[in-house]
Design a protein around this ligand. Structure first.
Ligand SMILES: *Cc1c(COP(=O)(O)O)cnc(C)c1O
Length: 429
């Protein structure tokens, strides 16, 4: 049995897959916070490029990927699908474990997939600057890369706790020519509210989103870009699962458990939605598992109700599992999972019983990452390590029942810039 699926160019899809086209029922729509009426697409125009809004609302099943974006994807996609045979041997399990490795892209995570598409759509309309927020910096660096490819400026509000803990990706953003601001900070009214109370405020993704949205709507030629949560972002990430379907066919395997970590839900959706779409027509009996940190348990402990996407309440109301927009998660290392909400589509699938949610403590996650590193030789991002932990748990479960189940998880990014989090002297593992 081959350890790797090939990375044949024909595996790179020419269209994104839109799960909304196949769902029998859609989640409740976003609301205008002032009127609590369903949001009209035009109301988003001050914030997002029109092309992006179009992709947010479309129910078209296949959305073409522009040639220019395909050309850039083809530099690092299809990403590898690898059998974790050393991990399997270490765990002494009958389960076969596979992972889709998104860390091979330019900035080391799946976020580049949507960043390139969003920068392309913005440039189509003559936008000059994209603003955004970032936690650990994966999204900020992906967008800064995409902007530099498209000749746009990137202005990134970086959550202060990450800015100070993790200089690596801040430096990447700056090397790509992007501007980085510590959030919350004095540049916006939303930031000043918290900054004046406490200039060392650790910040949160919710606060940084408020700042980035305000900075976009208040400047001409400037739009805002979001790296997760929205339907269009999940749509762009479908390239992961579309490739994986072909790669699994090549290896002759049918995954039975599909796992992704969840912050806003995009890498999980990217891998799982194309398989979920198949499951809706021909029942494939796959178990879909979304894994989050116990410290920020929006799916397992949050309420499914309307909430703003940001802390200041500038964004539309989204119907999603959330912990309340004022929730400030503790500064855990998986900065990309410190978000109070969850993609409405992922929330919806959990409610429909199509996706199962699970939460893990940081210690278990770091232990899993260390085992994966020692066996497979790749250092997972602390976010991705949540998926590793679930894959290990499922593989050990299969050992108890002696079932040779096929497990596929998304290794959404590498953790080389998070190396301090893995320092034994920090006592995480
Ligand atoms: C941002 C990020 C996540 C979390 O975001 P999702 O939208 O839930 O995918 C997970 N893994 C990595 C490597 C990330 O950069």
């Amino acid at each position: 049995m081959a350890r790797y699926a090939s990375r044949h160019p024909s595996y790179l899809p020419e269209n994104f897959y839109n799960l909304k086209a196949d769902l029998p029922e859609l989640p409740p729509p976003p609301l205008n916070p002032a009127t609590r009426e369903p949001l009209r697409p035009e109301e988003l125009e001050p914030v997002f490029p029109r092309g992006f809004i179009q992709q947010e609302i479309t129910r078209q099943k296949f959305v073409p990927i522009p040639d220019e974006v395909l050309e850039v994807y083809s530099r690092f996609r299809p990403t590898p699908l690898i059998q974790a045979s050393a991990l399997r041997k270490y765990l002494d399990t009958p389960a076969r474990i596979f992972y889709k490795y998104e860390g091979v892209g330019p900035t080391g995570s799946h976020k580049t997939n949507t960043a390139l598409m969003q920068a392309y759509l913005a440039r189509q309309e003559g936008v000059e600057t994209l603003t955004t927020e970032t936690g650990a910096g994966q999204w900020g660096s992906a967008l800064a890369y995409a902007c530099s490819q498209c000749g746009l400026k990137a202005r990134v509000f970086m959550v202060r706790s990450s800015y100070r803990q993790k200089p690596g990706r801040r430096i990447l953003i700056q090397l790509f020519g992007g501007e980085v601001l510590e959030s919350p900070g004095p540049a916006t009214a939303a930031g000043r509210r918290f900054y004046q109370e406490n200039p060392d405020h650790p910040g949160s993704l919710g606060m940084a989103i408020s700042e980035a949205v305000e900075a976009a709507v208040s400047q001409p030629g400037t739009k805002y870009s979001l790296g997760s949560v929205l339907d269009a972002v999940l749509l762009h990430q479908s390239v992961i699962g579309l490739e994986a379907i072909k790669q699994c066919q090549e290896l002759g395997i049918e995954p039975e458990i599909i796992i992704g970590c969840v912050g806003g839900g995009s890498n999980f959706a990217g891998l799982s939605f194309p398989f979920i779409g198949q499951n809706l027509t021909v029942k494939n009996g796959i178990k879909f598992l979304a894994v989050e940190p116990e410290a920020c348990p929006s799916l397992t402990r949050g309420q499914l109700q309307y909430e703003h996407g940001d802390t200041a309440g500038l964004t539309p109301l989204l119907f999603m599992h959330n912990l309340g927009r004022d929730f400030v998660p503790p500064p855990i290392h998986a900065g990309g999972l410190r978000y109070h909400g969850m993609a409405p589509l992922v929330s919806h699938l959990v409610r429909m019983g199509l996706v199962e949610a699970r939460a893990y403590p940081q210690k278990q996650v770091f232990t899993a990452a260390e085992i994966f590193f020692k066996t497979e030789g790749l250092l997972p991002a602390p976010e991705s390590a949540h998926a590793v932990a679930a894959a290990i748990e499922e593989a050990l479960e299969a050992k108890k029942t002696n079932r040779p189940v096929n497990i596929l998880f998304n290794l959404s990014g590498h953790g080389f810039f998070d190396i301090n989090a893995y320092d034994p002297k920090n006592g995480n593992a």
